[in-house]
Unconditional design. Structure first.
Length: 166
């Protein structure tokens, strides 16, 4: 069984401007510096005419992990995330995947940037799957909660970035 991830953020800028704020190389580097944690880096950034693809590495120090996670995983957690955005009419549709070192499983999500009622809405819908007998569901729940908190912090960062750079 998987744990669900649902997140929605609204921004006052247009879709193209928000896309640049969530996926532009300069914005990503700044976001990683502020929110990326231990060993954060931009591994790849490939802009295209119809979208962008990038890979990030983020880390969580072992001492910041919940006890339940430290029991199952020794050392820091290193997360590699890949996001692909593609234009679809006036919207951008995306897919994201993430893997955590030493944890058998994955995080997958669908993302969408669209205009709704004069706002740009960023929606993320996904799931966390961990394949560890007996403890997988607990770990999925903890990871899903942490991913949702990260998405909230990233939305706050994006709103601030837009206020300062748009």
């Amino acid at each position: 069984m998987a744990s669900r991830i649902e997140h929605r953020a609204e921004f006052s800028a247009d879709v193209a401007t928000v896309l640049a704020a969530v996926s532009g190389e300069t914005a990503l580097r700044a976001r990683l510096e502020q929110l990326g944690g231990h060993a954060a880096k931009l591994l790849e950034h490939v802009p295209a005419d119809d979208g962008v693809q990038y890979k990030l590495q983020q880390g969580i120090s072992a001492d910041r992990l919940p006890q339940a996670v430290r029991t199952l995983h020794k050392g820091d957690l290193i997360v590699e995330r890949e996001q692909i955005w593609k234009a679809s009419g006036t919207e951008y549709i995306g897919v994201a995947t993430a893997v955590v070192n030493g944890v058998p499983g994955e995080i997958t999500s669908k993302t969408k940037l669209s205009e709704e009622g004069g706002q740009t809405v960023l929606r993320t819908s996904g799931e966390v799957k961990v394949r560890i007998p007996l403890f997988g569901a607990k770990l999925e729940s903890v990871i899903a909660e942490q991913v949702t908190k990260l998405l909230e912090r990233e939305a706050e960062f994006t709103a601030k970035w837009l206020a300062e750079h748009a």
